[in-house]
Design a binder for this molecule. Sequence first.
Ligand code: SAM
Ligand code: SF4
Length: 490
Amino acid sequence: MKAAFDIGIESLTRAGETVASSPFVSDTHEAVTSEATAAGAGKSFYIETFGCQMNVHDSEKVAGFLLERGYRAARDAADADLMLYNTCSIREKAAQKVFSRLGEWRGAGKGSQVARTASLGERTKIIGVLGCLAQQEGEEIFERAPWVSLVCGSASYRKLPDLVAELEAGGRRVMGLDLDTDQTFETEVTRRDNPIRAYITIIEGCDYACSYCVVPHTRGPERSRASESVLAEARRLAEAGYTEIQLLGQTVNSYRDPSPGGLSFVDLLRGVAAVDGIRRVRFTTSHPNDFHREIVEAIDSTPELCDHIHLPVQSGSTRVLREMRRTYTRDQYLEKISWIRAARRPISITSDIIVGFPGETEREFEDTVTLLDEVGYDGVFSFIYSPRPITTAASLPDAIPEAEKSRRLAILQERQRQIQMARNAQVVGESFEVLVDGHNAARGQWAGRTTSNRLINFTSAAENLLGEYVQVLVTRASPYSLVGQHVAPV
Ligand code: SAM
Ligand code: SF4
């Protein structure tokens, strides 16, 4: 696929950041119905997203449903009739950021009594809050931000057409906060903000009950999508020119096909990998409890399945894992790592870690640091424990002081930086197939990912490489990325 987009490297490589509304590609071939067109005709929308890849993709689907209704995408908030903010509440800081951003939208909303700000345009708009914070705070959002008129959690997205219609008909405030559902969010049209990598959600919600986590409370119970629907979407994406697909789920490998055929997670991986035109399949996030040897065997025997597994451990201490209700011990986790290390091709391993969980002793923290060495991770997302409302851990005794949590985080990150430096240094002189997904004109560099998800910035004499697979020789390494030069097309 040769795409005509000049995408900032940053926009495609940073996780957990705000992603603004942008030019899109649509993966559907269905015509938008005239009835739907009438509903939002002449109106425009803008969606801002904060949070994980699942939120990013949820926004793509919400945008798709609005396009289907006849809305058009506005380039910025000031031009939009409908402003939506898809939110995250996984940590306290994320929730605070949402309210501070909503404060900037004050004055533009239909429900607001206060004066409109010129920077957000002259018309009165509908402002909606979607996602995890919407679910967590519910009506409280109307109290704290009266300019908001729509609040909808992700488990209720299928009700969005009705909620928006109610507002269009003059309603002042509407809410969708139903968690008790066995349905998934299906859209005829999905707006694709990323022209290189396409996301497909295969499982929504979560049935685990980790004691620190709000997700089961904000996203509802686990619901898997029918395998035929997933495979049909993968085929449409391939026809639209995508070569890389990332399957998404909070616990992606807990997938249970609701259709009579009942494909296993591994069957589904192989099925998506077998779609004509698909060259790379990724999946995230895997829960260690549902991580079986068959996944490694599938990667070993299926070239399209990428050499990367994100397997969050959270802590290296079995006692802390028990308090976190993670359902595995340190040794059980390490056994799964040994299966991955025994694979015929090298598979990179990344993880999530929380430091400063209530009652975590210095010794238990050390167990997490030694686990880094034992596994040899290629990347780690590390977080300071943040007490969240509704979670059982929030009422545990022995909270660790913030300064101590920060100290532990710094130690952990420094150790991981050294490990990554050493691991990346080992690949200098090797060449890799890279799918090019960014261009930095100022630095004269292209950027892309290897199958093992390593980021490589490289130089090339070629004019447009976006969306191309090229061979890159690694010339330099740093802890977080590699530098190289384009040697030949693949
Ligand atoms: N479902 C995934 C799993 O089980 O690993 C994780 C999903 S969660 C959205 C992403 C990460 O946020 C978690 O792996 C965890 O490290 C972190 N996280 C969740 N709750 C947290 C909290 N209360 N404080 C700090 N980090 C948290
Ligand atoms: Fe949260 Fe645990 Fe579910 Fe992951 S598995 S989403 S950490 S409850």
